[in-house]
Ligand binder design. Structure first.
Ligand SMILES: *Cc1c(COP(=O)(O)O)cnc(C)c1O
Length: 387
């Protein structure tokens, strides 16, 4: 028998995230055919659960892809050749919108936001007023590379007044963690992915669209085959799908959506708020600072690497010392930040563990700290009742 060294592993990266055991068990069941009655019944329940999560009365399109696939689907269906898109670019994922647009021959007009900050809604209003040729605004709810939250609700208000503009929202790291009201806020396309706060492994992506966006999708001319959203919708509304779905993931999705419904969106958002506030309090009590100081998302916390500490070693030490997977910064933030996700299947004691690990790792790197200072600050927040 293999000798087991008793070390628990923790996954605190901003995707993939850890998955509840009951959801994992669903994945161990026999594979269903994507057109057998038992599966179609599950698909119908999943469609319902997705409407609840996305806060929409419309159809949520299910795609076999990672989140980027759904971003690409939104662009390919909502623009035509030569269209102009205003892209909120304040991090890696904002830049991804621009890259996808350019790939499809859509002109991406970048509204540059300093990394770590949220876009000023009035800047978007000004940009739309200045340039009547813009047909869409692309943004993130949570810019996962910096930890900043953009105010998509305010953007919804602004874009609503422009009949020829659609608001395309990447909510991949937000759905299941923070409030995203597709219908009420006038979000025209909302993109999701399974492996962030939806408590599932990677492999599924989602797009919900407004009536305005569906109408647009019927008139655009960009090439698309697998990601032809009107075609998929036409079959989904009959509890069918044009292509083979990854049926085990859809079965597992029913389970995780059941959790979402049982806890309720309000409590889910309050829980994430508390986990985020506790993490932020713990980090600050250690003398560290956040990258997104002014508008941090409740889905993850992006921490600046303190002066004199080798940022590249941080994620490695989390792994070696604590068996915890976290990630560092990408691109221009490489070595400058580390990212702690508290989205999805996360509770009080995960955050205590996370902040405790920050202390272990920084101590190992010679950073001066008072043991328990971060943990204590986090616990003070976590002790407050949220129900
Ligand atoms: C994770 C993520 C995506 C999608 O990335 P994939 O690796 O394709 O799943 C898109 N946008 C944001 C904001 C994300 O956090």
């Amino acid at each position: 028998m293999k000798v087991m060294i008793m070390r628990k592993r923790y996954l605190f990266a901003p995707g993939p995230t850890s998955v509840p055991p009951e959801v994992l068990l669903e994945l161990a069941k026999p594979v269903l055919h994507h057109r057998e009655p038992q599966f179609l019944e599950i698909l119908s329940q999943v469609r319902d659960g997705l409407r609840y999560l996305f806060q929409t009365s419309g159809e949520v399109i299910i795609l076999s892809a990672s989140g980027t696939g759904a971003m690409e689907a939104a662009v390919a269906n909502l623009f035509s050749t030569g269209d102009r898109a205003l892209v909120i670019s304040g991090g890696k994922f904002g830049e991804r919108w621009a890259e996808i647009c350019r790939t499809y021959g859509v002109e991406a007009v970048a509204l540059e936001v300093p990394w770590g900050e949220a876009v000023k809604p009035s800047d978007v209003a000004d940009a739309l007023a200045r340039d009547a040729s813009i047909r869409g605004v692309c943004v993130q709810v949570c810019e996962t590379s910096t930890g900043a939250a953009h105010d998509v609700r305010a953007l919804g208000e602004i874009v609503r007044a422009h009949p020829h503009v659609v608001l395309i929202v990447d909510a991949v790291s937000a759905l299941g963690a923070v409030d995203v009201r597709t219908d009420e806020w006038g979000l025209d396309a909302v993109v999701g992915g399974s492996q962030k706060a939806m408590m599932l492994p990677p492999g599924l992506a989602f797009v919900a669209m407004s009536a305005k966006a569906w109408q647009r999708a019927g008139q655009t001319n960009l090439p698309r085959y697998y990601f032809d959203l009107p075609k998929i919708r036409g079959e989904l509304v009959q509890d069918d799908h044009p292509y083979t779905l990854p049926t085990p993931l859809v079965v597992a999705l029913r389970e995780s959506l059941g959790y979402v419904r049982a806890e309720g969106l309000d409590r889910i958002f309050r829980r994430h708020r508390q986990l985020a506030e506790a993490t932020r309090a713990g980090i600050k009590a250690l003398g560290l600072s956040l990258l997104a100081e002014k508008s941090p998302s409740d889905a993850l916390t992006v921490v600046r690497v303190p002066e004199g500490i080798d940022g590249a070693r941080l994620p490695k030490l989390f792994q070696e010392l604590c068996n915890i997977t976290i990630v560092g910064g990408q691109d221009r933030l490489r070595g400058k930040v580390f990212r702690l996700a508290h989205m999805g299947y996360v509770d009080t004691f995960d955050v205590v563990t996370m902040v405790s690990a920050v202390e272990f790792v920084l101590h190992r790197l010679g950073y001066p700290l008072e043991w328990g200072a971060g943990v204590r600050a986090a616990q003070e927040v976590l002790a407050r009742p949220i129900d």
